[in-house]
Design a binder for this molecule. Structure first.
Ligand SMILES: Nc1ncnc2c1ncn2[C@@H]1O[C@H](COP(=O)(O)OP(=O)(O)O)[C@@H](O)[C@H]1O
Ligand SMILES: [Mg+2]
Length: 223
């Protein structure tokens, strides 16, 4: 069975869909033989919609399991048999049953957040759900800062606050605010497949670094 990564946080707009699709792009870019699947567990179906936006198909498969309800767990496990890596794009709520079920079905939960007090507050609730569902194993979950300017003191403060009373690692690698993340999804692409964009290189590098760091935390590759 493939490894399952859930991308979850309760705040809409924290970057779950953007990271799900781009991480899938990173794993395919690193190893074109890898069978990668994105499961859209959000009833807004953003991941599924994005697949239809471009001319060239994604190098990975996207399926919509948002309506699977209490069978989501079984469906993820069944479908994971046919893939090496499954990324579950979760809905923006801890009260949505799909979030809890996806967290329970995954090997690793990636929690994206931006460096604001509002995101920090909502992330606390998400981490409580993870703790209740999978326990406090530090290999089971990690926080990634998205849309950040790492030079600001605000970022340093929020990062330090998130490290308190939290059993899970905060990824060393971060994702910056870049227009390319917005435009590429609208073109049905990821930063790995988008053409003619100068900033794609930096975006590719940071997404690849996050993708590798996840596999390192899980213990699949060495540091
Ligand atoms: N690193 C980033 N830089 C610029 N825009 C981003 C970044 N991450 C996400 N966005 C934009 O923010 C919005 C919300 O992101 P999205 O991935 O849809 O979040 P979620 O799935 O958590 O609701 C989208 O318009 C997306 O293009
Ligand atoms: Mg989304």
């Amino acid at each position: 069975m493939g490894i399952v990564i859930a991308v979850a946080n309760q705040k809409g707009g924290s970057g779950k869909t953007t990271l799900s699709l781009n991480l899938a792009g990173a794993y395919c870019d690193d190893d074109p033989e890898l069978r990668v699947l994105v499961v859209d567990a959000d009833s807004q179906s953003s991941s599924v919609r994005a697949t239809g936006a471009g001319e060239a198909p994604y190098p990975f498969t996207v399926v919509n399991l948002a309506a699977a309800g209490k069978n989501l767990d079984r469906e993820i496990k069944r479908i994971a048999n046919d893939y090496d890596l499954v990324i579950v794009d979760c809905p923006p709520s801890v009260h949505d049953k799909n979030t809890e079920v996806a967290v329970g079905a995954s090997n690793f939960v990636l929690v994206p957040m931006d460096a604001s007090a509002l995101d920090a507050w909502s992330t606390v609730g998400m981490l409580q759900l993870v703790r209740r569902t999978i326990g406090s194993n530090p290999k089971g979950c990690g926080i990634v800062f998205n849309r950040v300017n790492t030079k600001t003191t605000g970022y340093a403060e929020v990062r330090a606050a998130m490290a308190e009373d939290n059993p899970y690692p905060i990824l060393k690698n971060t994702i910056a605010l870049r227009e390319i993340y917005k435009t590429s999804i609208g073109m049905g692409a990821t930063v790995f497949s988008v053409r003619g964009q100068r900033t794609a290189k930096q975006a590719k590098d940071e997404i690849t670094a996050v993708a590798k760091e996840i596999l390192t935390i899980v213990g699949l590759i060495e540091d």
